[in-house]
Design a protein around this ligand. Sequence first.
Ligand SMILES: Cc1ncc(C[n+]2csc(CCOP(=O)(O)OP(=O)(O)O)c2C)c(N)n1
Length: 301
Amino acid sequence: MSSDSRQPRLPAPELLISGHSACQGCGASVAMRLALKALGEQTIVVLPACCWSIIAGAFPYTSLRVPVIHSAFEAAGAVASGVRAALDITGQKNVQVLGWSGDGGTFDIGLQSLSGAVERNENVLFVCYDNEGYMNTGIQRSSATPQYAWTTTTPEKYPKETPKKNMADIMAAHKIPYAATTSVAFPDDLIFKFKKAARIQGSRFIHILSPCPPGWRIPSDQSIKVTRMATQCNVFPIYEIEAGDNYYINIEPEGVPVRDYLKAQGRFSHLSAEAIEQIQRRVDFEWERLLHKAMMKRFGE
Ligand SMILES: Cc1ncc(C[n+]2csc(CCOP(=O)(O)OP(=O)(O)O)c2C)c(N)n1
């Protein structure tokens, strides 16, 4: 049975309240909902500037039933470290600190504070919900934006020439106890990984592929389907890295051509057949590289 055909078993509690301000089809809201279901209410969320600064609501309103601290865009790693220290010194070791950043706040501007925190092996669960652009400020490119994808700062005439940065490998290079990729299209996998990460001491990193319908130029009711295709065609493989070295692939690809994934999204509608072929070759190359590092292991085993 393929993993995406399983019915998700969504546990209580419901810590994201309905009526929040995310767009229709927003993956970031699904990601938070599922993550908090796994972690529970003994969680403090650290939010740098990102879409989630808005989704969480303006004080005194909130969409989350857990405490939230808003930080400067670049500072989630440092602020989460401080929250952890304050909890530890007051004996609240059972409270989970969740550093929750977009790809801009993780791959780009927040990278130095994140790198510092995980190099110190701070006891924090860091998450990147990755919508592949600076979406909150109107769809600018980040270093998580795929090669040739349209954004307002990489319009068709001035494409992004460089491929997406590999953030999980960067985190693994810090030799942290646990790093993983997951996706809102695979809720079982996502919940499993958050529960697993919650049991681990030290720095943990989870990279979630998280669709943005306006940024990806897809209909909002297609966001989960398109996101699932990213894994089915190996554009976004789902795997774990334990202790910085041990790679495990958790979801088997389904041989979907990259072309089908690209064609489903308006942000790639300008690509030539040649460009699509080039992207397919890179995806194949990266997949082979990952296979060399990994042993196949289904989640939960
Ligand atoms: C130092 C600094 N520069 C720029 C901004 C403006 N800003 C706020 S959110 C944001 C984009 C965040 O992008 P990302 O982290 O990918 O999260 P997303 O908006 O996609 O959820 C930017 C550029 C800021 N708040 N602080």
